[in-house]
Ligand binder design. Sequence first.
Ligand code: LMR
Length: 391
Amino acid sequence: MFDELTAPSEDALLALIGLHRDDPRNTKIDLGVGMYRDDNGQTAIMQAVKEAEKRIWDTQKSKAYIGPEGDPAFLDLLAKEVLGADWNQTSVIGLQTPGGSGALRLAAELLAYQGPRTVWIGTPTWPNHNGIFSAAGLTVRTHPYFDATTQSIRVEEMLSALSGASSGDVVLLHASCHNPTGAALALEDWNAIAKVMAGRGLIPLLDSAYQGFGRGIYEDRMGLHILLKACPEALIAVSCSKSFGLYRERTGAIYASSNSGNVLPKVRGALASLARVNYSMPPAHGAEIVRTILADGDLRASWYAELETMRLRIVEIRQALAGALSQQVPTMAAIASQEGMFSLLPLAGDTVMSIRHRHAIYMPESGRINIAGLRLDQVGRLASVLVPHLH
Ligand code: LMR
């Protein structure tokens, strides 16, 4: 049986971790997988996380099972950050999941649960969206989202594609810090999308993986609020990987909102049984860390301040890179106004590969760069390598 297996190709994005690690050149720059790095190039553990871990070590008495739904206190506290003022226990339920990917997979399985269903994703999007939704049995359709050459969002084309979607179709939207483009929808765009979606009976699936990295923790949930208010039912997949720096702890949640609250226990039951047959129960440690931080005023303040420092470092690097590139390639000024970790450069795959080989600068073949992987002192070199290819 093993002999006949057709091995799938390795995930191209995750493969960059090993390729960069094994490159001996000391001038190498890692702009690959979306992990925050500080000025020293480190993905450090946040101070509030370290402190929460100490407290958990001191006080935790048991490793007993907690069940497929996870920890209700974690879910309540996280919902207040992600959903903010709109959080209303009678209109939202949540389940703890293994990271944001686990949340997306559970959402997709719920959506595919009672028969064929279509999910719309923008082009480009995070490559694993297509993988997760297809693997769960959803039909994936695409709408235009971004033009890398002009660095602009294709809102009109997106709206027109969604106007042709059928009632009950799902639309995947990035709550903030669009991956891979960093291009943020304006509030009037969110309103226009919400209008079309509510009018056609489309269901939003919001992917919230970078809250706090864009304009700020409150600002980064404004689009999501517009959708939740306009659409009677929605799903929200949350990742704590970036906002709490908990990557390998696999910490996340899936929330379902409905304006008819009495259907929600059924949704919770369906999600719990899907979790049970997938991975049984979510890992606990990361969620305990998040709960400990969010339940304590001082720890929450420390987490928030550190997240804000990280956000501002990204803004600073964005401005420096946009300044260095736009003198010769004016469209690249857009990098300064984009948000979160990523921007998408209009580079062909073979150009990306030649930049990797000649200059030890690592990015996926799509031309996506992780701005947070860059140090200020590397901006000049990166710009001089990129400029000849951006014309
Ligand atoms: C990324 O896009 O780089 C991150 O979300 C990591 C991943 O799992 O792809």
